[in-house]
Write a protein that binds this ligand. Structure first.
Ligand code: F6R
Length: 243
């Protein structure tokens, strides 16, 4: 694993955006796996800025997002679909038909999971996957569990995830309790992975995930088995990891 330490959030964002830009410049038809949350917002800002400056073209790019809340329609302002449009897709020239996100409003859970796995397969898997990490070590919404889940599944969010995400909802009871998430198979089959973390709140889990045991109780620990992972973090998040 490669570790890139930057002094602050902006440095982390710029470095991460540069890695994604290099991917798109060298392979314009790349499939990007994308995350939401506070960690990638700055990265998306740089990508938008460079696109607007004429340096980055998304015309052939495809995207598959990691996850979506179950029960939220794409136009709900807390849905991940809304987040992606607001922070990235509305500002670059990615084609609508090339954007893929689990459908939080799908009438049938099992069919939606199968559909999303087929979508990931149909685009040929992920070239570059951008991940954040939860305080409990989740990636996507692969929550701590007794097994690594292989395929797209609908997950009951852990109390700590609900608590962490409550900051974005008017009340904690408004946070959806379930979400669809990509499974570990397409994550581990991604050709390259960039995982980003910022702030002292992530320092302990970063140490555990990358220097502790590989266990589904710390889902991100599976990344220790991936041959091409780059961890980009600010000083605070990387404070506890030896390197
Ligand atoms: C969201 C996702 C999650 C987040 C994680 C960290 O699409 O995949 O795993 O990356 O919860 O969230 P932030 O960046 O808000 O700390």
């Amino acid at each position: 694993m490669r570790i890139i330490r930057q002094s602050n959030y902006d440095g982390m964002s710029q470095k991460t955006a540069s890695i994604i830009a290099a991917q798109l410049i060298t392979k314009p038809d790349s499939v990007l796996g994308l995350a939401t949350g506070s960690s990638p917002i700055g990265t998306y800002e740089y990508l938008v800025k460079w696109h607007k400056a004429g340096c980055l073209d998304f015309a052939q790019t495809k995207s598959v997002n990691l996850d979506e809340y179950k029960g939220l329609a794409p136009d709900h302002d807390q849905s991940y679909s809304f987040f992606m449009r607001k922070n990235l897709f509305n500002h670059v020239n990615i084609k609508n038909e090339n954007i893929h996100i689990p459908d939080g409003n799908a009438p049938n859970e099992d069919s939606e999971c199968l559909r999303y796995d087929r979508v990931i397969e149909a685009v040929g898997g992920i070239d570059l996957l951008l991940l954040g990490i939860g305080h409990n070590g989740h990636i996507g919404f692969n929550e701590p569990s007794c097994v690594f889940m292989r395929d797209t599944h609908c997950v009951a969010l852990s109390d700590s995830t609900i608590e962490a995400n409550a900051r974005l909802f008017p009340r904690e009871e408004d946070v959806p309790r379930f979400a669809y998430t990509m499974g570990m198979r397409p994550i581990m089959q991604a050709k390259k992975i960039v995982i980003i973390a910022w702030g002292e709140g992530k320092a302990e889990i970063i140490q555990k995930a990358f220097r502790g045991h590989i266990t589904p109780k710390v889902p991100a620990s599976i990344l220790q088995l991936h041959p091409h992972v780059t961890l980009v973090g600010d000083t605070a998040a990387l404070e506890k990891i030896d390197w």
